[in-house]
Ligand binder design. Structure first.
Ligand SMILES: *[C@@H]1O[C@H](CO)[C@@H](O)[C@H](O)[C@H]1NC(C)=O
Ligand SMILES: *[C@@H]1O[C@H](CO)[C@@H](O)[C@H](O)[C@H]1NC(C)=O
Ligand SMILES: *[C@@H]1O[C@H](CO)[C@@H](O)[C@H](O)[C@H]1NC(C)=O
Ligand SMILES: *[C@@H]1O[C@H](CO)[C@@H](O)[C@H](O)[C@H]1NC(C)=O
Ligand SMILES: *[C@@H]1O[C@H](CO)[C@@H](O)[C@H](O)[C@H]1NC(C)=O
Ligand SMILES: *[C@@H]1O[C@H](CO)[C@@H](O)[C@H](O)[C@H]1NC(C)=O
Ligand SMILES: *[C@@H]1O[C@H](CO)[C@@H](O)[C@H](O)[C@H]1NC(C)=O
Ligand SMILES: *[C@@H]1O[C@H](CO)[C@@H](O)[C@H](O)[C@H]1NC(C)=O
Ligand SMILES: *[C@@H]1O[C@H](CO)[C@@H](O)[C@H](O)[C@H]1NC(C)=O
Ligand SMILES: *[C@@H]1O[C@H](CO)[C@@H](O)[C@H](O)[C@H]1NC(C)=O
Ligand SMILES: *[C@@H]1O[C@H](CO)[C@@H](O)[C@H](O)[C@H]1NC(C)=O
Ligand SMILES: *[C@@H]1O[C@H](CO)[C@@H](O)[C@H](O)[C@H]1NC(C)=O
Length: 442
């Protein structure tokens, strides 16, 4: 059974436009009704009253108004069948696939249907919605399902389907939701290179078998309510370039295995409840450009190994419980944004923090920093935003910043700024505010 997975959660989302459909037919209604009655005769139902509405009354009214779960278009042709939670048992072997060409919706969820899903399901070319979840369907998902080019929703959750997921599912160009979990499907890991399941209501932990989708390059699960820890196995995704798990409810510590993701350029773990120290191994992420760990409960110090992230441009560590000094090694980087505010960082600001020459935004406010503002900040002409407030910094602040001509709120050039600063502090209001609650100038 090594290759057979119980898919707990696999939903692919693809953006689509809703197809326009129209239908008209009245003449065929009775033929449709008769074909449904022939199928009904093969079904068993404990509660007779559900399908007992499926009869042809002598008045020859169509099934459209009186049959349980049947809806029609204005021409009296069947478009929807909803038998969800109807205690129906039986198979689809005698289902009148070719007699119901205008079907757009089938919802047979939560019944006792069993047997294979017939390949003729591919004949229902107008089908938009197919939910066969929570039944006992077995065998393979038919390849012909790939012919349903209008299908937007395919839910086959909680059956006994096995075999591989047919590649033809990749032909369902209108598909918005694909839910296959709780089956015995064999994962065709090679067909998955991008997995976008973001912005849903997923609440379970991230399944560890995602680590078996070895060819994944994008794994985006942000904006859900995912719980539990980040599986160690994600560190096996050697081709992963983008791992985005922000805005979830993830707990526990960041697995050091993520340091093995040599192709990773983006790691977004912000807005979770991650705790423990930041693994030193993240300093191995040679391709990393955008590392965002803000708004968690991370503690310990900022790893000095971050100084090895030679491609890093964006480093967000704000709003955690990080302590200890800011590693001098961060000065080796060519950062554009460095946000470290709202932590418990101590010691002084590294002298060389601006040396990369690209730093535009630096926030280190609301920490326990001491010492003076490094003189090197004078040369930090790229800065547009600087927030150092609420620390224990000392020193001659205006002098330190007299050269920061691009700082937000400064309209004058270097010389003018220098003149204004020492005389009238008002021009400096914007960033003086951001320096608030430090020691006054000496
Ligand atoms: C299905 O709808 C089409 C029009 O869209 C109509 O021509 C046809 O008769 C309908 N089929 C049945 C079986 O009612
Ligand atoms: C339907 O099938 C289930 C098991 O698959 C069985 O427990 C139940 O009794 C069946 N109901 C009817 C009406 O046959
Ligand atoms: C049978 O179905 C009817 C309506 O469809 C429902 O009111 C009734 O509770 C059901 N009985 C059982 C035993 O499920
Ligand atoms: C089928 O009916 C159930 C119960 O009324 C409803 O919850 C479900 O949304 C319906 N399915 C579709 C596809 O409309
Ligand atoms: C229905 O599908 C089967 C196989 O999937 C095919 O052989 C058959 O011709 C189709 N029938 C119609 C009426 O399209
Ligand atoms: C799916 O699309 C491929 C081309 O992308 C085509 O070769 C194949 O026949 C299609 N399969 C089905 C079942 O439509
Ligand atoms: C799928 O399950 C059926 C029984 O339902 C079994 O006969 C078949 O060998 C299984 N196929 C695979 C690929 O496991
Ligand atoms: C990854 O994709 C390549 C082709 O791009 C394929 O040859 C390989 O088998 C895939 N690996 C896995 C584990 O599916
Ligand atoms: C992942 O693949 C390994 C072999 O590469 C296998 O032993 C393991 O069972 C798979 N994991 C799951 C959850 O299927
Ligand atoms: C996060 O998980 C906690 C329990 O661990 C729960 O109380 C809370 O509602 C969850 N939050 C969200 C947004 O799901
Ligand atoms: C950088 O700071 C400027 C000015 O405050 C702001 O407009 C911009 O959004 C900031 N950029 C980032 C990436 O934080
Ligand atoms: C900048 O200051 C210098 C020296 O005072 C002055 O000559 C120049 O015109 C100023 N430039 C601007 C854009 O204000």
């Amino acid at each position: 059974m090594a290759k057979h997975l119980s898919l707990e959660s696999l939903i692919l989302f693809i953006i689509v436009a809703f197809p326009f459909f129209s239908a008209f037919a009245a003449a065929a209604a009775s033929e449709e009704a008769i074909s449904l009655l022939e199928w009904k005769a093969t079904l068993r139902t404990r509660n007779n009253s559900v399908l007992s509405t499926w009869t042809l009354p002598s008045s020859k009214t169509s099934p459209c108004s009186t049959w349980h779960g049947v809806s029609c278009n204005s021409f009296g042709s069947v478009t929807r069948l909803n038998l969800s939670v109807s205690t129906v048992n039986g198979t689809l072997y005698r289902f009148p696939f070719s007699s119901l060409p205008n079907l757009t919706h089938i919802d047979f969820a939560l019944n006792g249907f069993y047997g294979n899903i017939p390949s003729q399901i591919g004949n229902l070319s107008k089908l938009i919605y197919l939910d066969l979840s929570s039944n006992q369907f077995s065998g393979k998902i038919p390849q012909d399902i790939g012919k349903l080019t209008n299908l937007e929703v395919l839910h086959l959750v909680e059956n006994q389907l096995n075999g591989s997921i047919p590649q033809e599912i990749g032909n369902l160009s209108s598909l918005v939701e694909l839910a296959l979990y709780k089956n015995n499907l064999e994962v065709l890991s090679s067909i998955l290179s991008n997995l976008f399941m973001d912005t849903n209501l997923l609440t379970d932990p991230i399944p560890s078998f995602f680590g078996n989708f070895t060819n994944l390059t994008y794994l985006h699960l942000f904006n859900n309510q995912l719980s539990g820890s980040i599986p160690w196995e994600l560190g096996k995704l050697k081709f992963l370039e983008s791992l985005s798990l922000y805005s979830n409810n993830l707990t526990s510590s960041i697995p050091s295995s993520l340091g093995d993701l040599q192709s990773l350029t983006l790691l977004h773990l912000y807005e979770n409840r991650l705790s423990g120290p930041i693994p030193n191994a993240l300093g191995n992420l040679q391709s990393m450009e955008d590392l965002e760990l803000s708004q968690n409960e991370l503690n310990g110090s900022i790893p000095a190994s971050f100084g090895d992230l030679s491609n890093l441009e964006y480093l967000y560590l704000r709003d955690n419980q990080l302590s200890g000094p800011i590693p001098q090694e961060l000065g080796n980087l060519n950062l554009i944004v460095l946000q470290m505010d709202t932590n418990h960082l101590s010691g002084s600001l590294p002298d060389n923090i601006c040396e990369g020459g690209k730093l535009t935004n630096l926030t280190a406010n609301d920490n326990m920093l001491t010492g003076s503002i490094p003189k090197s900040f004078k040369g930090c002409s790229s800065l547009v935003r600087l927030r150092l407030g609420n620390n224990h910094l000392t020193g001659n602040i205006p002098e330190a910043f007299s050269v920061l001509t691009h700082l937000q709120g400064l309209r004058s050039n270097k010389t003018k700024a220098a003149q204004k600063c020492c005389g009238k502090a008002t021009l400096y209001y914007q960033y003086l505010v951001s320096l608030r609650r430090n020691i006054k100038n000496n």
